[in-house]
Every structure is written in structure tokens, then in C-alpha cells.
Write a protein that binds this ligand. Structure first.
Ligand SMILES: N[C@@H](CCC(=O)N[C@@H](CS)C(=O)NCC(=O)O)C(=O)O
Length: 207
């Protein structure tokens, strides 16, 4: 199986960490999305990474579909709990973490446009989503060892990948003198535990 990815995509990182935690070998193919010859849209009409190309040539996307496929493909402890209540809780952590990453990426891309074409209103709206989301997750993780059921799961992986991305792009949240770690200390503590895992160390984003 081959994974089309970019090194700093939080969604591709989520897939890579699930594969590492489940001891599944993935061939990694790095792509450059801005390259007109990029092959991703041949495999995903949306032109987004990650895409998992299966051995029979079928393509899986997006990251939520791929992680479920991988979690069920290998034996061993499930990263997505099997009982419905815990599964839904896990997927909600993932949905909010991925949504914060979506907003952080949108803000970052808007900020990279030539200054005369940038919209500060768009940047502010996206950053408010980031900050509202982090606020909720910071409260939700209070006094918990892991996000769901006191056991490591996809919820922790999705949260850690999003925080890794926020850390990469916004050490200091704009118009805010504090670092995200100071503003959201419960998340910072959880992130500190997650980044000690080999699967997180092996997939760190590249500044
Ligand atoms: N919901 C998708 C999001 C994927 C996504 O937005 N990937 C970004 C890279 S971080 C991308 O490929 N962007 C290219 C584009 O939007 O054209 C997932 O979970 O896989």
C-alpha cells in the first residue's frame, strides 16, 4: 500500500501514526501539491492528501476513511473503539481536531496571499474557529489521561496532529502575546505526553 502525502499535512500524519501504532507497513510517496504535474488528482478528484493506494489499485480518501480501514485491517488493539458510544466520542474529538486544522490551514493560506489581495476578515474568522475549538478541547481534556475511556485512541492521535500543526504555524496566536501552550495548558500537557511516543517522534512536521 502506498500513501500519497505531504510532510506537514496533519491529516496525512494522522494516517502515518495510525499505521505505525498498528505496525502496518506503508510505502510513503511525498508529493508537491503546488506542482502542476502532481499526481494526486489522478487518485483523488478533490486533489487532496492523504490518499492511500491499495495493492489492487483502488484509492482511499480522506484521512477518516483511511484510518478506519487501517484500524480494521490489522489485528491488535483497536484505535477506534468498537462500542458505539465510545466510537462516536472518539470521532467527535477527531472531527473537532480536523476542523481546527482546516481553519488553521485556511488562515495560513490567506496570510500567504499577496498583501493587497489578503482579507484580514477571512484570517480573523478562521483564527476564531481555531481559538474556540482549542478552548473547548482544553476544557474537555481537563484531568483526563487520554481523550476517551482513559486509553490511547484515534482521538489522541487526531488531537496531537492538529496541535503539532498549530505549533508549527502559530507558536504565538496572532494578536495574542501568549503561546498556545500558555493559553491552553491542559492541551500543552497532553501534547507533551503524546510527542514522547515513537509514532509521533517519527512523523514530526518539518519547520
Ligand atoms: N478532510 C481531508 C482534508 C485533507 C486536506 O485538506 N489536505 C490538504 C493538505 S494538509 C490538501 O491536500 N490540500 C490541497 C487542496 O485543498 O487543494 C482529510 O482528512 O484527509
Amino acid at each position: 500500500m502506498k500513501l500519497l502525502h505531504t510532510p506537514n499535512s496533519p491529516y496525512a500524519r494522522k494516517v502515518r501514526i495510525v499505521a505505525l501504532e498498528k505496525h502496518i507497513d506503508l510505502e510513503l510517496q511525498e508529493v508537491v501539491l503546488a506542482d502542476p504535474a502532481c499526481i494526486v488528482s489522478n487518485h483523488n478528484p478533490l486533489g487532496k492528501v492523504p490518499v492511500l493506494i491499495l495493492d489492487d489499485g483502488d484509492n482511499l480518501y480522506d484521512s477518516r476513511v483511511i484510518v478506519e480501514y487501517l484500524d480494521n485491517r490489522a489485528p491488535g488493539k483497536h484505535l477506534i473503539p468498537q462500542d458505539n458510544t465510545s466510537k462516536i466520542a472518539t470521532r467527535r474529538w477527531e472531527a473537532l481536531s480536523d476542523g481546527i486544522a482546516d481553519a488553521a490551514i485556511a488562515a495560513m493560506l490567506e496570510g500567504r496571499r499577496p498583501s493587497e489581495q489578503q482579507s484580514q476578515a477571512i484570517i480573523d474568522r478562521q483564527l476564531q474557529k481555531v481559538m474556540r475549538g482549542l478552548e473547548v478541547l482544553n476544557l474537555d481534556i481537563t484531568k483526563k489521561k487520554w481523550c476517551v475511556n482513559e486509553t490511547f485512541s484515534l482521538a489522541d492521535i487526531a488531537l496531537g496532529c492538529m496541535l503539532g500543526y498549530v505549533d508549527l504555524r502559530f507558536k504565538h496566536l496572532p494578536s495574542n502575546p501568549e503561546s498556545w501552550q500558555d493559553k491552553y495548558p491542559n492541551l500543552a500537557k497532553h501534547y507533551g505526553i503524546l510527542v514522547k511516543r515513537p509514532s509521533f517522534k517519527m512523523t514530526m512536521p518539518i519547520p
